[in-house]
Design a protein around this ligand. Structure first.
Ligand SMILES: NC(=O)c1ccc[n+]([C@@H]2O[C@H](COP(=O)([O-])OP(=O)(O)OC[C@H]3O[C@@H](n4cnc5c(N)ncnc54)[C@H](O)[C@@H]3O)[C@@H](O)[C@H]2O)c1
Ligand SMILES: O=P(O)(O)OC[C@@H](O)[C@@H](O)[C@H](O)[C@H](O)CO
Length: 393
């Protein structure tokens, strides 16, 4: 791809960062400056001129080569990262929703030092969370920008929420920087922050005026189904999501959970039931891709986040409970998530085990799931927690 002289700074050179975001930025002619905190990844990126993105699926394999990048450790070389942001066209990130607050200070300093005469930098968080860019923007503006610099902050940066969908499993360490992923992708971004400017030219982005139906449909179908398969699978000692879905009982659980979220999505967003059914079928095929080897531990990672109020189980179940509709399968999957404790390498699963051992069921539901005791879902989740605590005792 010809160099257009445009530059993107991307925080998080992990699976989706290298495998999807950087691939599309590269294809669109941007130089990509990766910012990460893992010396090993930064070192490999600095020592190489290119890496490969390998798409796998029933149709076979295809490969793209990513080049024209640099890399900075933004923790140890913060000043260098700030310098790059001052002259960047785009800042993206895929670091995980809980890490946004740690990258906010460096982005805030870079944005604050930009000229108001330049086009505002487009900031797009590519995380699995509703309103992730808003969360990042709030950290940047509220916690790291002086009050007197807020009034014209929008002259220096525009913040757009996004929904990003592509399954990128944990990579075999022998792969180096190369990334194996599925062929399918979807990247939907809110156009409204760019009403008075052209949005940045990035191949593959679908620009929309109302992102909520897209992000909710994605999170409550792809990620609800994925997580349900992973947690049921983990509890039946399955290694991968593919293995889990070969078990008819688990596949039924996934289908039941997605039937519940479909009721919500169809009713709330005016999506045709037949279109949602097709979407569900496509998701079940995608998460069951035998070529991906997606470990249940990766898909179940961070159970405290996944059991939280706006996330893939409690979020839709709470809305269904308010509507008097069925949410049983979502709570069956949540039960399996509560059982995802002390998993090797997963800090939140260790914290979850501690919380489950030390707190009353009511305290668990209010602190982990963020539900008020007056909410109609509350007593049902309390029963789930009681069951898991009794089994743990
Ligand atoms: N993997 C997928 O299939 C997929 C798909 C869509 C969205 N996502 C979302 O993308 C995000 C990242 O997921 P992933 O699978 O790529 O995870 P990952 O662990 O492979 O990558 C995260 C990267 O962020 C880096 N990081 C951590 N703290 C940092 C900091 N303070 N500054 C800069 N970099 C930092 C890590 O070193 C790592 O390289 C998550 O929000 C995830 O939900 C993932
Ligand atoms: O990234 P998480 O931890 O929110 O969820 C794990 C997977 O479900 C997720 O990474 C999917 O692979 C991805 O969201 C597909 O688009």
């Amino acid at each position: 791809m010809a160099n257009t002289g445009k530059k993107a700074v991307h925080f998080g050179a992990g699976n989706i960062g290298r495998g999807f975001v950087a691939e599309f930025l590269h294809k669109s002619g941007y130089e990509v400056v990766f910012c990460d905190v893992m010396d090993s990844t930064i070192g490999q990126l600095q020592a190489s001129k290119s890496y490969k993105v390998i798409q796998v699926g029933a149709e076979g394999e295809s490969t793209s080569t990513i080049s024209n990048y640099r890399a900075i450790n933004s923790r140890t070389h913060e000043a260098d990262a700030i310098k790059e942001i001052i002259t960047a066209d785009i800042v993206t990130c895929s670091v995980g929703p809980k890490i946004l607050k740690f990258i906010a200070p460096v982005i805030a300093k870079g944005v604050d030092a930009r000229s108001n005469d330049a086009k505002p930098v487009a900031v797009i968080a590519c995380e699995n969370a509703i309103g992730a860019t808003d969360t990042l923007a709030n950290h940047i503006k509220d916690d790291h920008t002086p009050d007197h610099r807020l009034e014209d902050h929008h002259e220096r940066a525009r913040y757009a929420n996004s929904a990003i969908d592509r399954i990128v499993p944990a990579q075999d360490p022998g792969m180096g920087l190369d990334v194996k992923l599925e062929k399918f992708y979807e990247w939907v971004v809110d156009r409204t922050p760019f009403a008075d400017h052209e949005p940045p030219a990035i191949e593959g982005i679908k620009w929309v005026d109302n992102l909520i139906p897209y992000i909710e449909r994605k999170l409550f179908t792809v990620n609800t189904g994925h997580a349900a398969a992973a947690y049921h699978g983990y509890n039946k000692q399955k290694a991968t999501v593919y293995d889990a879905l070969q078990d008819k009982e688990i596949l039924d659980e996934v289908r039941r959970a997605l039937a519940e979220t479909s009721t919500l999505i169809v009713g709330k967003h005016g999506i045709e039931a037949s279109e949602q059914n097709q979407y569900v079928e496509k998701i079940i095929t995608r998460i069951g891709n035998p070529h991906l080897e997606d470990a249940v531990e990766r898909v179940g990672r961070a159970p405290l986040r996944k059991l939280s109020r706006r996330e893939r189980f409690i979020g839709p179940a709470a809305e269904l409970a308010e509507l008097g509709k069925d949410f049983k399968a979502l709570l069956d999957a949540a039960e399996m998530a509560f059982r995802f404790q002390n998993v090797d390498g997963d800090e939140e699963s260790v914290d979850l085990a501690k919380i489950m051992a030390e707190k009353t069921p009511e305290e668990v539901v209010s602190s982990v799931c963020g539900l008020e005791s007056s909410h109609p879902l509350f007593p049902h989740v309390v029963e789930v927690v009681k069951t898991v605590q009794a089994a743990d005792a």
